[in-house]
Each structure stands twice: as C-alpha cells, then as structure tokens.
Design a protein around this ligand. Structure first.
Ligand SMILES: NC(=O)c1ccc[n+]([C@@H]2O[C@H](COP(=O)([O-])OP(=O)(O)OC[C@H]3O[C@@H](n4cnc5c(N)ncnc54)[C@H](O)[C@@H]3O)[C@@H](O)[C@H]2O)c1
Length: 371
C-alpha cells in the first residue's frame, strides 16, 4: 500500500488487516500532510517503509513479494507546481509497472488498485435545456468568474446548462494538473495492466471525509476549512454563491470500496466513481457543520472564487453499486465525525490562516471585481 499512513490509506490498511491480509506500507510522510512525523494511527500490525514512491530503490523494497498493490500516495494541492503532480502521481505508476514487468519472480503482483479522483471528470456533464445537447464543458472563463457569473453556460446559446450526474464512461475531461495526473495514472494502469496481464482497477473518489483527514494541507478541503473556522469562532466562508453541488463520501465507505475492488474480479480494468450518492450544496454543507457544532453563526458568501474549482460535480455511483457497494454513512455523520476528531487534535488557527494566505498570494483564491 503506498500512502498508507494518510487519510484514506490508513483506513484502508485497517480494512485490509481485518480481511486477513499482511500489509506493507510505503509512505514518505509528506511534510505538508504529516508535519509531526508518524501519526499515532499507523497500525503496528502493518510493516512501514519510509520512502518516496518515485524512488526506485524504495519502491523495490516495498514491492518485494507483494501480490497486490494499492497505490494511494499522491501529491495533492491547489498550488501551481504542475510538474510535481505528474512526477509523484503518474511517474510513480509507470515505475510500479516498470519494476513488476522487469522481474515478475521478485514482484509477483497480480492486481493493482490505483487511487484516482472525481477531478478526472473536470466539469462533468451538462445538458442544454433548449435542444437536449449534452456537453462536457471546459473551465469557466476567469473573466466570467470575476463578474460573479457562476453558471456553466451553453457554448452555443449562452444559457445556463443543466448539470447531470458524472459517469465514468463519458466524463474524462480533467481541468487541472492534478486531474490530468490522475487520468494519466488510470490510463497507464489500464493499458500496461492489459498488456502484461496484471489486473487493475481505478477508484475515482469524490470528496472523502472523516477522521485523520490532514488539517495541515489546504487540499484537505471543505470540512477542514469550515470546521477550523467555526472552532476559531468565525463563520465558514463559501466560495462563489455557495450553490455549487457536490457529493461527500465517508472514509469508512471508501475503505470498503477499495477492498471490494481489490477482491472482485468484476472490477478488473474498470474505473469506479466512489461517492456519496447525494447532492449537497456548499451552503447546505456549511449549515450542516454549523448545526453539528451547535453554532448559531451564518455562513459568509463574500464573492470569492477559487481557480480550477468546478461548478457542480456529483458522481453517478451506479457502477460501484454493481459490486454490491453502497455508501452507508450520511454527510451529517461525516460532519460530526470530523468535528469530533478535530477536537481531539490540537490544530491551531495559524494553519488555516497560513493555507488561506498562500492561496490568495498565489492567485488561486480571487474576488469578484465587477458585476
Ligand atoms: N481525500 C479525498 O477527498 C480524495 C479525493 C479524490 C482522490 N483522492 C486520492 O486518494 C489518495 C489518498 O488521499 P488522502 O486523502 O488519503 O491523502 P493524504 O495526503 O492523507 O495521504 C496521502 C499519503 O501519501 C503520502 N505521500 C505523498 N507523497 C508521497 C510520495 N512521493 N511517496 C510516498 N508517499 C507519499 C503522504 O505522506 C500521505 O501519507 C490520493 O491518491 C488522492 O489523490 C483523495
């Protein structure tokens, strides 16, 4: 398991141990995610190798005698260090196959499950109400966002498009270097897996939530941003108009999905959306978190937006359901779990302030300048 010290990885390690696997973890303890070193949740039953997934000798050590690989280590951020996404996420996938193909006796790997992302879908799928034409839109132009016009518009008639659920077969249009790195990861896994007889599956997680989601990393997302502000006595800040639709899935459900995809041969060669199955707007999410925290504050909607954000992204999880999987934990519980966990940690508001400062200074977060 690469990235097994991380959020999804550590929960998946526990699920694998419960299923009777012997688990070896390769993790570099990326500083942005684990600034305090090895976190206490790393299972003693798993072997931990500290090293980088793009370092050949570390990967050789970690892979030796493994029958299965879960490749979850990744660089994730909003920062414009584009080459790092490809280097860490995609190149490491190629290296994984390179080693396995070079010496199948030493690396008898039968199946590889790679962590992908909803980011592969980009803006997803939309329909024009006028003539039912379906589009996979490009990112909204920045000039449009600066005017505070948030809708995804029809490239032909200019009217707002109606969002559809994201499905794996047609939604492959990543907009960010991270999304491209994940799509390339999938393609490498599927193509090389098919050519060399190694079974593969790719898991396109949506917004995964739950305990252990690093609050040091800006990429950790909405639960972290909102919860840390609320605990600092500040209202959550929603980007755009807060009406963006998203879906959120609990990490326990994700760990189960990972093990299912590993064990089920029906999953071979397939990409799976792993999502919450329910659309929730950002504003609704902010209110859910305020309610769970017992706060009577109201969310703020100051007209800020983040470059690279999509408007509406809700995944169709019917393909994952064919494996007998169903998300079982509602978003209300995710929010409670996260707050409870945050309260057992000692994050300080300075992490949040620092992450927000970097995003503003690097131009990732911007403000509406004209209406
Ligand atoms: N959390 C989400 O909502 C989400 C959504 C979509 C996809 N994903 C994907 O799921 C996977 C796991 O994400 P997570 O949320 O658990 O992230 P995380 O940051 O909590 O865990 C990632 C782990 O990988 C390790 N790592 C990073 N770079 C490494 C490198 N070069 N070599 C070895 N280890 C390295 C980190 O130290 C960390 O322990 C990633 O591939 C991510 O892209 C996550």
């Amino acid at each position: 398991m690469t990235g097994g010290v991380g959020f999804i990885g550590s929960h998946t390690v526990e699920a694998l141990l419960e299923h009777g696997y012997a688990v070896r973890i390769l993790d570099s303890l990326q500083l942005r995610v684990h600034p305090k070193g090895v976190p206490p949740w790393v299972s003693r039953e798993a072997e931990l190798i500290l090293g980088d997934v793009s370092d050949r000798s570390a990967l050789e050590r970690a892979l030796s005698d493994c029958r299965y690989v879960m490749h979850l280590a990744a660089y994730q951020d909003y920062l414009p260090d584009f080459s790092r996404f490809v280097h860490t996420n995609t190149e490491s996938t190629a290296l994984l196959f390179e080693l396995i193909v070079s010496d199948s006796a030493r690396y008898p790997v039968e199946k590889i499950v790679v962590a992908s992302s909803q980011a592969v879908a980009g803006e997803g799928e939309y329909r024009c109400g006028r003539d039912e034409t379906v589009f996979h839109p490009d990112p909204r132009p920045i000039e449009q966002l600066r005017r505070g016009d948030w809708d995804v518009r029809c490239p032909e008639c200019g009217e707002p498009l109606e969002p559809l659920l994201i499905n794996e077969a047609t939604c492959n249009n990543p907009h960010t270097a991270y999304g491209v790195s994940k799509y390339a990861t999938e393609l490498l896994a599927f193509r090389l897996g098919a050519r060399y007889g190694i079974r593969t599956a790719a898991m396109r997680y949506t917004y995964v939530q739950g305990p252990r989601n690093s609050f040091y990393n800006a990429y950790s997302g909405i639960a972290r941003r909102f919860a840390m502000r609320i605990r600092a006595g500040l209202p959550p800040v929603c980007y755009e108009d807060g009406q963006q639709r998203r879906d959120y899935v609990n990490v326990a459900d994700v760990a189960r999905a990972n093990v299912l995809a590993l064990e089920n041969s029906a999953a071979d060669g397939m990409a799976y959306n792993v999502g919450g199955g329910r659309a929730v707007t950002v504003l609704e999410f902010a209110r859910l978190m305020l309610k769970a925290a017992g706060s009577d504050m109201e969310p703020l909607v100051p007209g800020e937006f983040r470059l690279g954000d999509t408007r509406h992204t809700v995944s169709d999880i019917s393909r994952m359901r064919t494996l007998g999987w169903e998300p079982t934990i509602p978003v209300e519980q995710n929010v409670r779990d996260y707050l409870e966990w945050l309260d057992t940690q000692s994050p300080t508001a300075e992490y949040l302030a620092e992450a927000e400062r970097v995003m503003v200074e690097s131009g990732v977060v911007q403000r509406v300048t004209s209406r």
